[in-house]
Design a protein around this ligand. Structure first.
Ligand code: GRF
Length: 186
């Protein structure tokens, strides 16, 4: 029986959302931070806190084999929920099926608008008045699973993609721990 309150966070880089999930953990416990980038910036912070990490870039093996090894590591740590936080690798259908309904992601747009990359520039190009972020369930289709929570962030007249990203990121750090806690305690 997988305990949903035992959360593994998957990162590929900076890890600011992962830090928010660890620092604001309430109603869940982060039991592992895993990465497909052994030099991901966020991992140093996790190690300094004495939390378990797992990292491997999967060089030379098939995508599904990587996902099976990752999945085994998550299970070994007793994870019941997986929170993607800037994990820049598309998970295989096998992995999604194995963890169906237990994987969440944070995305920097008001889904269903702007799935994929460059969300802030696309919102600016479309002259949107609000941007924001969404936490959603991960399915086989990119950024398309059920949306569990969103925060709107006004777009200012002098915003560029960088300034908008920074303000949306602040909202992400507030939204993700709250939605994750609600999700695992539902
Ligand atoms: C965030 O903008 C998140 O919404 C997106 O990737 C970025 C990750 O940033 N999925 P960080 O690594 O959490 O700082």
């Amino acid at each position: 029986m997988r305990d949903p309150k035992r959360v593994a966070v998957l990162i590929s880089g900076r890890g600011s959302n992962m830090r928010a999930l660890v620092e604001q953990a309430s109603g869940y416990e982060v039991v592992l931070v895993a990465s497909n980038k052994p030099h991901a910036e966020g991992l140093d912070w996790v190690r300094a806190r004495g939390l378990p990490t797992w990292a491997w870039d999967g060089t030379g093996i098939d995508k599904v084999d990587f996902d099976r090894i990752l999945s085994a590591a998550l299970a070994d740590h007793g994870a019941g929920t997986i929170a993607l936080a800037g994990f820049m690798r598309i998970l295989s259908p096998w992995f999604i099926e194995e963890w169906r309904g237990r994987v969440l992601n944070i995305h920097p747009s008001l889904l269903p608008k702007y799935r994929g990359l460059d969300t802030h520039q696309r919102a600016l190009d479309a002259k949107d008045e609000v941007g924001g972020c969404s936490v959603h369930v991960v399915t086989e289709e990119l950024d398309a699973g059920d949306v569990l929570g969103q925060v709107e962030v006004p777009i200012l007249a002098d915003d560029d993609a960088k300034s908008l990203e920074q303000r949306v990121l602040v909202a992400e750090h507030q939204l993700y721990p709250k939605v994750l806690s609600e999700f695992v305690n539902r």
